[in-house]
Each structure stands twice: as structure tokens, then as C-alpha cells.
Design a binder for this molecule. Structure first.
Ligand code: 0RA
Length: 653
């Protein structure tokens, strides 16, 4: 008997269909929530919160509380109208039960509400129910409190009244099913970042999040807790994203309104950096593959600024042509649209396809910018001057890029001399290790399996791309080597960051740095480069980080490796039983170079034993903020971040 059948008990015949629906979710969870890893696990929370956000968007709710409870159950509480509990005529049961157990039933009662949030997959709370070993729904409504509980989506009793209340709202507590998910351990930071984002995207709502797991308590015995509330919405979001950069203009250019029935909110600022950072959202979802709303934004921006620049006379002396890229250098922007029936396309289904969205966004941006430029002539001048500088630099960068490409064509294989390539040619089977320093590079060359592993040594600290102008980046020797070794071409003019990943020569690109503070720094520099210039490689899952061990523990003829202090202590403890282990018996690897080729192969490179950490982008907006902070000029926030996340502080201190 299946789990569902056991829980089903003597449930009546007309429920069978519903149960079959929920069983489909359990059979193919990835189809509904993306995956059964960490992402899918966190997606459950977003799915529940989306319902509360919908209530808030309808104007019925202003506070949402999220709690990670002991045991990794999650509570989401809102002060909305409460899920209806009256009889649902068609299903002949409480509406609450229908919402919780019928796929996609969420909004059926309420066609008039403008329902636009809804997670990436928009699957509804019944999916969360199906994938939870326990779920409790409590509703405060019409002076009463109602409850129903479920196991793997199956109601354990009919909706019952459990008290009286003078409030309205819904409280959902669920425990993810650990037979479905790889792990059910929630990450507070992940949820916290998403709640911050949601608060910016939905101004006026207060979202609190706390981590009430025992082990999360701080020294004073307090649980981590955060309250997010934004009155300014995207205006504040743009400021937040740009806080580590130096502003070019003081004000945020902002508009919030409706165009052709499509709600559009846009905020943009210019800073003195060379990076472009546009975060585009559809129904609160970060659409990092872009789409029609982003195209609309770009068109509106380019068109309006181009016209202004031409009319201003500032361009007269310049002969160079200005392109879209030039208008976006040093631009940080957030675009958020609400679309009733979004069509998501692209590899990760985060590209908006709806044609009808482009023109309204473009118009909204034009109007907003025209008003701003007219009212702020000094800022307008600064922006135009910056654009001209960008255009000049772009010409220099193009020349540098062409050099990279020409060199490829000319030097036979075109591969960098430093690269020790592998013999296999099928990219899917090939790996390349980007190794810190020539000495570790040498060891790695000896230790590798040359059939499928290539080694590319990098000179110590690669260029900080966060601070350099584009042409400097393309002139940089290490960066040129990375491009040519990987086989990807530097993108074309209009979309400098579009890579030809089909030419990628290795499907595993492994960053291998020393396990110390310097190594971490180099790792971050390399990641910053990938994030800014080869983001597709991260998004498509090609970038990995190697994890060399911290210690070699020796006793007599036996030796073991340890990757953290706990492992080391456990080993010492185990060995102490026999005779004391001297501290000379513990070797702390200060760098990869201290391992010999065989040790490096055994611990870090051999696919049989090694642990590779795949680099993923969990929250695109937050990620941008963190990189600009880590690589920027402001020291205190960086120190704070490093102290909080440091792995090696106690070792290297
Ligand atoms: C269906 C209809 C109505 C509200 C909701 C669902 C609702 C769902 C959730 C999920 C979490 N919090 C929620 N709050 C409300 C409309 C009810 C009415 O017309 O009064």
C-alpha cells in the first residue's frame, strides 16, 4: 500500500480524483517546483507567501510573518481575509479544503481579484501540501477560528472550528517531506534575502522573518529576526542595490503607474562604475533571461537619452557612434511589471515572452526620463557626458577585443601557452582547473588525469573587473587567456555579454585556490569576473569550486585528511584512545603547493573522492549587491560581511 493510500483511509470516492492529482505532484515533484534540491525546498515557502502577497496586492493584508521553526517546519502567517471556509458547492466540501487539496484551485472563487503573483511555476499551495509530511491550515475569519490538518496532502479530518477570534488571516505551517527532498534544512539567509526583495517589490507590506531553530540562537539567546518594510518600493530597492557604488546623480529616477492596463514600476540611478545592473521582474519573479519588458526598458532608455543627447548639442564634437551599451554603463535599474497571463520562455523559464508588454514599458520609461531630464538639467548633463566617455571607451575596448580574437586565429591552436590541455575533445567530458599560481599549477599538471583534465594556472590576483573599464579588462593577459582557453568568444557590440557557449571547450570549469584568506580573495575575484562577463556559464551550471582539505593528519603509517576543524578534532579524539597524537602529526595545508601531486589528485581532483561545489545564483539582485560591495571601495561593510561568513578566520588569525 502506498503512503497516500495509507493516509487515504476510507475517504469517499469523489476524493479519489483530488488524491490522484496530489499523487501526480509527489511522483514528479520537479515538474511542479523545479527540483527536489535546496531550490525546490525554498520554493515551497515562496509558493505559500505568494498567496499572502496576492492578498496584500488586493489591499486586504499588510503584514506577513515567516518563521523557520525547530525541525525545519515553516510558518507563514498573514492578516488577509483568510481562506474562505464556507461550503464549496461543486466539490461539496469546505472551500479551505478545496484550496489546499485541488491543484490550481487557489483563485477560483475570486475572479475579480487581480491575481498576478504566484511563484515561478505558479502551482499553488496544494502542491506544497502534497509535498509536506504535515501541514496545518488555520483560518481566522468571521469571528471564528477554523483548522484543518493534512499529511502528504491528505486531510486528516473535516475543517473544524477551534475557537473565536476578532482577527482575520491565514496561518499555514508545513513540514517538507524528507522522503521527497534531498535535504529539508532551510537556509535563513536565502529566505531573508527573498523577503527583503519581496518587501521592496511590494511597497507598504511589512514582512518579518525569524529563525527559531535552537542552534540559530546568538550568544544572548536571541533568535535571528528581520523586519522588512519599504514605503519607497523600487526607489529604495535601486538605492539598496547601489549602496556600494558612488552615485553620479543624487536622485533616483522613478515612476510607478499603469500603461495599457499593465502595472509598470521602474527605478534607475547612475553611478560612476562601468557595470550595468538591471534587475527585471515579472509578478515578483526575477527574470534574469530578460524578455519583452527588458527590451521595452532598453528601447525607452536608449531612444530618450539619444534624442536628449543629440538635442543638447553636447555630441556635436564627437564623431563616434553611440550604441545601447553606452547608455547603460554605470546604470543600476529595477523594472517590475505585473502581467495577468505571463508566458515564460527560455532555458530557465525566466524570459518574458508576452509581446504586448514591450511598448507600455518603453513608453513608461520614456515619459519618466523625459520629465526627469527636463527638471534636472545638471544631472542630464552628467549623464550625457558619462555616455560619451563610455562610447569612447567602448571603441578602445572593441579594438582590444578584436586583438583577442585575431590572436586566436593566427597562432595555430590559438590556445594560451600556459594551458595544459587534455586529450579528450568532447566538452561534456572535459574539465579545466583554473589554479592559483604557477607552483600549484605545476603540481596540478602532474597530479591530473590528462585524458580529461586541463590545467590553466593563473597569476596570483587577477584583475578586479568591478573597478576596471572594459578595454582594460579585454587587454588583461589572464582574462584573455581565460577566454581563449574556454573557447568562448567575447560578445558582439550591442550585447557585449552574450557568449557563444556552444563553443565552450569544457563543461566543468573548476576554480582551485588555496584554502586560506588569500585564496578566498582570488576565488572571489575570479567569480566576480564570471558573474560580470560570463554569467551564462554560472547560470548553465558550468562553474565549480574545488575544495582542498585543510589538514593532513598522520599517525604512524596511517594518514587522513580533514576539511574542517570538527573533522580534525574527531580524528584526534579517535586516535587518542590508543596513544596521544602530537600536534607535529597534524599538518595544516597553507596552500595547494604544499600538497604533492598525488595528494592533490586524491583529495581535490579525483572525481571519485573530491567534492566540487557548484556555483549557482540564488538571488540575482542580492548577488549583484554583494559583488559590488566585496569589490568596491567601502571597507566597513566588506569587513562585516567577511567576519560573518569567514571560514578561515580562526585558522589564519
Ligand atoms: C481564495 C479566496 C479568497 C482568499 C484566499 C483564497 C486567500 C488565500 C490565502 C493563502 C494564504 N493567505 C491567504 N489569504 C486569502 C477570497 C476570500 C473572500 O472573498 O473573502
Amino acid at each position: 500500500m502506498s503512503e497516500a493510500e495509507k493516509n487515504r483511509g476510507d475517504y469517499s470516492a469523489d476524493n479519489i480524483q483530488i488524491l490522484e492529482g496530489l499523487e501526480a505532484v509527489r511522483k514528479r515533484p520537479a515538474m511542479y517546483i523545479g527540483d527536489v534540491g535546496v531550490k525546490g525546498l525554498h520554493h515551497l515557502v515562496y509558493e505559500v507567501i505568494d498567496n499572502s502577497i496576492d492578498e496584500a496586492m488586493g489591499g486586504y493584508c499588510d503584514t506577513i510573518r515567516v518563521v523557520i521553526n525547530e525541525g525545519n517546519s515553516i510558518t507563514v502567517e498573514d492578516n488577509g481575509r483568510g481562506i474562505p471556509t464556507s461550503l464549496h458547492k461543486k466539490e461539496n466540501k469546505s472551500a479551505l479544503e478545496v484550496v489546499m487539496t485541488v491543484l490550481h484551485a487557489g483563485g477560483k472563487f475570486d475572479k475579480d481579484t487581480y491575481k498576478v503573483s504566484g511563484g515561478l511555476h505558479g502551482v499553488g499551495v496544494s502542491c506544497v501540501n502534497a509535498l509536506s509530511c504535515d501541514l496545518s491550515a488555520i483560518v481566522h475569519r468571521e469571528g471564528k477560528v477554523f483548522q484543518q490538518e493534512y499529511k502528504i496532502g491528505v486531510p486528516q479530518y473535516d475543517v473544524k472550528e477551534i475557537g473565536t477570534s476578532d482577527k482575520n488571516g491565514t496561518i499555514i505551517t508545513f513540514t517538507p517531506d524528507n522522503t521527497i527532498f534531498e535535504s529539508i534544512e532551510y537556509n535563513y539567509e536565502t529566505l531573508k534575502n527573498r523577503m527583503r526583495e519581496l518587501a521592496f517589490l511590494n511597497k507598504g507590506i511589512t514582512i518579518t522573518i525569524s529563525d527559531e531553530r535552537e542552534e540559530s540562537k546568538d550568544e544572548e539567546g536571541n533568535f535571528p529576526k528581520e523586519v522588512f518594510h519599504s514605503e519607497g518600493g523600487l526607489r529604495e530597492f535601486a538605492k539598496y542595490l547601489d549602496k556600494s557604488r558612488e552615485p553620479l546623480i543624487e536622485e533616483v529616477i522613478y515612476m510607478d503607474g499603469e500603461k495599457d492596463g499593465i502595472p509598470v514600476e521602474v527605478a534607475m540611478v547612475y553611478n560612476t562604475s562601468y557595470t550595468e545592473n538591471i534587475q527585471a521582474y515579472v509578478n515578483n519573479i526575477n527574470t534574469h533571461e530578460g524578455g519583452t519588458h527588458l527590451t521595452g526598458f532598453r528601447r525607452g532608455l536608449t531612444h530618450t537619452l539619444k534624442k536628449y543627447a543629440e538635442d543638447s548639442g553636447l555630441l556635436a564634437k564627437e564623431k563616434i557612434e553611440i550604441t545601447g551599451d553606452d547608455f547603460r554603463e554605470g546604470l543600476t535599474a529595477v523594472v517590475s511589471v505585473k502581467v495577468a497571463e505571463p508566458q515564460f520562455e527560455g532555458q530557465t523559464k525566466t524570459k518574458l515572452g508576452n509581446r504586448e508588454v514591450q511598448a507600455p514599458v518603453s513608453q513608461a520609461v520614456s515619459e519618466m526620463l523625459n520629465i526627469y531630464l527636463e527638471e534636472h538639467p545638471n544631472d542630464a548633463k552628467k549623464i550625457v557626458e558619462k555616455i560619451i566617455i563610455a562610447a569612447r571607451a567602448r571603441n578602445a575596448a572593441r579594438k582590444a577585443r578584436e586583438m583577442v580574437q585575431r590572436k586566436n586565429v593566427m597562432s595555430g591552436s590559438g590556445l594560451p601557452g600556459k594551458l595544459a590541455d587534455c586529450s579528450e575533445k568532447d566538452p561534456e567530458l572535459c574539465e579545466v582547473f583554473l589554479v592559483e599560481g604557477d607552483s600549484a599549477g605545476g603540481t596540478a599538471k602532474q597530479g591530473r588525469d590528462r585524458n580529461f583534465q586541463a590545467i590553466m594556472p593563473l597569476r596570483g590576483k587577477i584583475l578586479n573587473v568591478e573597478k576596471a573599464m572594459q578595454h582594460k579588462i579585454f587587454e588583461n593577459e589572464e582574462i584573455k587567456n581565460i577566454y581563449t582557453a574556454l573557447g568562448v568568444r567575447v560578445g558582439t557590440e550591442e550585447d557585449a555579454k552574450a557568449l557563444n557557449t556552444e563553443k565552450l571547450r569544457y563543461h566543468k570549469i573548476v576554480i582551485m585556490c588555496d584554502a586560506d584568506v588569500d585564496g578566498s580573495h582570488i576565488e572571489t575575484l575570479i567569480l566576480t569576473f564570471f558573474f560580470r562577463y560570463m554569467k551564462e556559464l554560472i547560470e548553465q551550471g558550468y562553474i565549480y569550486i574545488a575544495t582542498p582539505p585543510l589538514y593532513l593528519l598522520k599517525k604512524g603509517a596511517k594518514s587522513e585528511y580533514a576539511w574542517d576543524n570538527e573533522q580534525r578534532d574527531r580524528y584526534v579524539e579517535r586516535m587518542r584512545g590508543n596513544s596521544p597524537v602530537s600536534s607535529v602529526g597534524i599538518q595544516r595545508y597553507k596552500g595547494l603547493g604544499e600538497m604533492n601531486a598525488e595528494q592533490l589528485w586524491d583529495t581535490t581532483m579525483n572525481p571519485e573522492n573530491r567534492t566540487l561545489r557548484q556555483v549557482t545564483i540564488e538571488n540575482a539582485a542580492e548577488c549583484d549587491q554583494i559583488f559590488s560591495m566585496l569589490m568596491g571601495d567601502d571597507v566597513p561593510p566588506r569587513r562585516e560581511f567577511i567576519e560573518k561568513h569567514a571560514k578561515y578566520a580562526n585558522i589564519d588569525a
